[in-house]
Design a protein. Structure first.
Length: 140
């Protein structure tokens, strides 16, 4: 009787195992579909994150470009003022009063033109990037 009970338990365990394996084979389709849906949704979420990051990088690049334009305008004015100073210094060292009077006008005009260009470049920038006011620039 013990052998018959053990064999019966063994048969019921095997049949339960076969049913379980058979049930797994039947449910593979919905599980695959669910797996693919999860993969596709995670890919879409990753694409959304990448697009958001690209937007942030583009915004920061535009801001840096605006700051670069501002710095270039200020450096041009600085270079122009240094050239103006050097030329006036050279004229003063030559002790030629007539040459100083003749050259001072065109030099001043060139510096003022460079300041006007810088002022117009700075006025085109967004409000938060306008750290230098045109009234702060000399010769205006």
């Amino acid at each position: 009787m013990g052998l018959h009970t053990a064999t019966g338990l063994n048969r019921s365990a095997k049949s339960a195992e076969e049913k379980t394996l058979h049930a797994d084979r039947l449910n593979i389709g919905p599980r695959l579909i669910l797996g693919f849906v999860v993969i596709i949704l995670s890919m879409l979420a990753a694409d959304a994150v990448v697009l958001w990051q690209f937007h942030l990088v583009r915004t920061q690049a535009e801001r840096l470009n605006d700051i670069d334009q501002k710095l270039v305008a200020v450096l041009r004015v600085h270079t122009s003022l240094l050239a103006f100073h050097d030329q006036l210094d050279a004229l003063a060292d030559s002790e030629d009063a007539n040459g100083l009077v003749a050259e001072a006008g065109p030099l001043r005009t060139a510096v003022l033109e460079e300041i006007r260009r810088a002022t117009s470049a700075l006025s085109l920038l967004p409000f938060d990037l306008r750290g230098i006011r045109p009234s702060c620039l000399p010769f205006t």
